[in-house]
Design a protein around this ligand. Sequence first.
Ligand SMILES: Cc1cc2nc3c(=O)[nH]c(=O)nc-3n(C[C@H](O)[C@H](O)[C@H](O)COP(=O)(O)OP(=O)(O)OC[C@H]3O[C@@H](n4cnc5c(N)ncnc54)[C@H](O)[C@@H]3O)c2cc1C
Length: 466
Amino acid sequence: MTAITAPSAPRVAIIGGGLAGLAAAAALVEAGWSVSIYEARRRVGGRAASFEDPVTGGLVDACQHVAMGCCTNFLDLCRQTGVADALRCDRTLFFIAPDGSRAACTPSRLLPAPLHLAPLLLRMKHFTLTERIRLGLGMLRLARYRVGATGGPGTAAAWLAAIGQPPRVIEYFWRPVLESALGESIDLVSVEAARKVAVDGFLAHPQAADVFVPLEPLGTLFGERIAGWLEQRGVAVHTGVIVTGLDRGTDGRGQAVRCGDVEHSFDAVIVAVPWRQAGRLVPDLVPTADESLTGSPITAVHLWFDRPVIDLPHAVFLGFTSQWVFRGDESQNADPGYCQVVISASRGLLDGDRQRLLETVVEEIRHTFPAARAARLTESRIVTDPTAVLSVRPGVDAVRPRATTAAGNIFLAGDWTATGWPSTMEGAVRSGRLAAEAVGTALGRPVTGMVADLPKGWIVKAIVGK
Ligand SMILES: Cc1cc2nc3c(=O)[nH]c(=O)nc-3n(C[C@H](O)[C@H](O)[C@H](O)COP(=O)(O)OP(=O)(O)OC[C@H]3O[C@@H](n4cnc5c(N)ncnc54)[C@H](O)[C@@H]3O)c2cc1C
């Protein structure tokens, strides 16, 4: 594949090769722009990264990442860059109740939204019929929530309690589902963020809640395959290069990216790094965000047993310390005895006692999966990212900046910017595509990046509005 960039094409520098930077680069290079990515780490992919497996020597994801059917821009980026074959679509969510009983819940493909959720609710045998009806009504009420409807912003947990959701429904449905989707405790997230999950992730469309699981390590998928796709089209992907500053003119416009003593000039720059790093590079353009945004931690407990122990592809734990377990996928060349437990909003987890955390998680796996009882744990690793995602608390949307800035040719991207989405792969890809479109508008050469959301049927529109 040869470069499609015209010799006179405007030059765009992208600082940060996470999904936001990669999505921006893909949109711009396809529109014929000259694009350079500057990424501090050895591989692109950012937080969606892998490390070397101590058992097999292959790559293991630092933390399991999944997307949902509603993540239309992330899925479109995977199609655009030819890696969609490496995503498996699972329609069934497995819930494990505190007594170890299992519920396999699959939304209907045939019933129109939101009735497609009826089979899912019916299969939640760990709830009484009354609890299931109240859960369904609570979801509809959340979907109809309007900002200010309850007299001011509040947290999701407080709002759910205030509308009378039963404590068991809050603990065994809302908490695990919302915390996995938002990466933050329901005691802290806003009602708006919870509503986004309920509407876009469940109610809107029969495929909205599909779970897409990568079949290749993220380091291969993004760090090699998408990087390779971009390079084949002429994008200069510089890895292991830390951008130390931006040279600006007296009018504030960006002129060059500085990497130590080396400078690279550009016509436009997209700053696609997390908010703290953005605050250091362009402090005048993200002042409020830099001070007022907070991260939420996610912990992954990696376990290697001497034999296969998990008989489900993945499962959501209800009322355990563990929140979501994933079996190593054979197609990833994972060790057959490998599994990973993910715990969102893990600040202060078991008072930070890592040995206790390991023992607790292993005990829960043994309690739930009989094959694990006789298995020997041969290796383990606990990985916590303290600022894994932006904490989507009440009021956060007021300080998330848009892609365009006062500096004219400097643009912002990243899962923390104003996309209307929580801090996820979808949010990151949207931000990159929005930034690419903004660059195109500013320089008078339109770029198309964004694709549409899943269409809402008329019943959903009648419930939630357009
Ligand atoms: C543990 C964990 C679990 C997660 N689980 C999920 C999940 O299941 N589903 C989901 O959708 N999302 C998940 N996420 C969130 C998802 O990973 C992020 O939302 C997304 O990857 C963010 O992409 P980004 O491009 O905005 O930022 P980043 O991925 O942070 O990319 C920014 C890049 O900028 C680089 N950089 C920073 N400073 C400089 C500099 N000065 N010079 C050059 N380069 C620089 C960094 O090295 C990095 O590569 C998870 C995140 C974590 C950490």
